[in-house]
Design a protein around this ligand. Sequence first.
Ligand code: NAD
Length: 500
Amino acid sequence: MKEVIRMINSTEVSVQEPAAVDNYVGGNWKAPRSGQRTPNRNPARKEEIVGFVPASDRDDLNDAVAAADSARMAWRKLSGAARGALLYKAADLLDSRTEAIARSMTREMGKTLNEAKGETARGAAILRYYAGEGMRPVGDVIPSTDPSALMYTTRKPLGVVGVISPWNFPVAIPVWKIAPALIYGNTVVWKPAVETAVTAALILTCFHEAGFPAGVVNMVIGDGAVIGQGIAEHPGIHGVTFTGSNAVGKQVGRTALERGAKYQLEMGGKNPIIVAADADLELAVEATISGGLRSTGQKCTATSRVIVVHEVYESFKEKLLAKVEGLRVGDGLKPDTWLGPCASAKQYDTVRRYIRKGVEEGAVLLAGGETAPADPALADGYFVAPTVFDRVSPTMTIAREEIFGPVLALIEARDLKEAIDLANDSEFGLSASLYTRDISSALTFIDEMDAGLVRINAETAGVELQAPFGGMKSSSSHSREQGQAAIEFFTSVKTVFVKP
Ligand code: NAD
């Protein structure tokens, strides 16, 4: 761990040596029992190893659950203000280490340094938001039919919460789960994505140095099928919050349900932007590019289907292509890079497989494609040029399945009604947006679109930490994260009746 500690404390932004990462259990950094670690590589330069991360086993997980269990009664008996004070300290530490954390994120999963810094700042803001929650009212007084009695609701923590998080937002997502879990009195066992485990360790140093009591926050790094599934199965874990793919999420949900644990799943999307005939096309193009291609299309809320009404289809397409051609693909650490690599070999293969499928099924490739960008400087990374498909029919695979890469599918609609029908023709329902100047079109879309997040004249990707976030249909277990909605998952309501 000493390299990790040096990395976080370094003001030199060029620290490059691979860090050997440990688990964090009961307030201590601990090597995995097996002693095994695997290398994490920089997706922009495959030869560069960012760190060696634990390949933990179920015994490591058992240790973490035992530590979280022994800490939980003392933690829940602290006041919300006392718990909040520690979250404020963690926020300050995270803020002061933005540069090191952001660089680690960029080197591990490729997003641009600016985006990584923005995400780290958001992590600190989320911690502060939930720190404040420790002082806010909980519960209601409800009139009893017995006039002499007092009836009210209060909320109790679940106990030990398992957090399973993906690699695409290595700071924001785990923090928007861990912060509310802690403020409402739970202790945590966190399994970050292996791909971004060095960054996870940097986050943990902030909790460690903030002075959380031993066992309140624990981290176990390892394979999803071992540690993730282990969390879903573990009888000592009372609630499981998961963000990731649909296949894994459903498995986690089934396992938790089987043993009666509370669970929350936030999963994939196939998010549409609709461009109406009266849209401001310049703004709609900006939103399509930003929503679809930033972070290399690896946001759950990324725009994937671009549904354009017939009258403006050709002019929108022309403007879109002109802008896409100017996007600079490269190493996210370079200041002029707009679009980094895919996060891993697995993502790279998946994205290129979908592009191939699009061509095979008859969509017309207008930009990008399966072959790597021509720049020789990109030969050693998982780079895919921004890709635009024209004439995509709603039944094609690229119109139905989540790609999670820089690929836009243009779909033509006769009118707004057909556009909304097409947008709803999906198993997913995470986010959706409409570009229009017409208030009744906007209101129809808001009413009829089956998505947890609907946005008018704004891109599909855009989540505010103080507002509820989550999907409809297969995108979610229908729970909501963030804002005050988080209390619903991380606590249980207790109804109290007191007769003098
Ligand atoms: P993933 O499902 O492969 O992995 C997510 C987490 O689950 C990782 O920590 C992984 O190690 C773990 N895991 C893997 N196999 C497991 C198993 N058998 N049992 C338990 N845990 C296991 O997803 P990913 O590739 O890391 O992330 C991309 C996906 O996440 C996309 O589908 C994206 O849409 C989704 N996502 C959703 C949201 C949202 O809020 N809805 C946000 C970000 C990402």
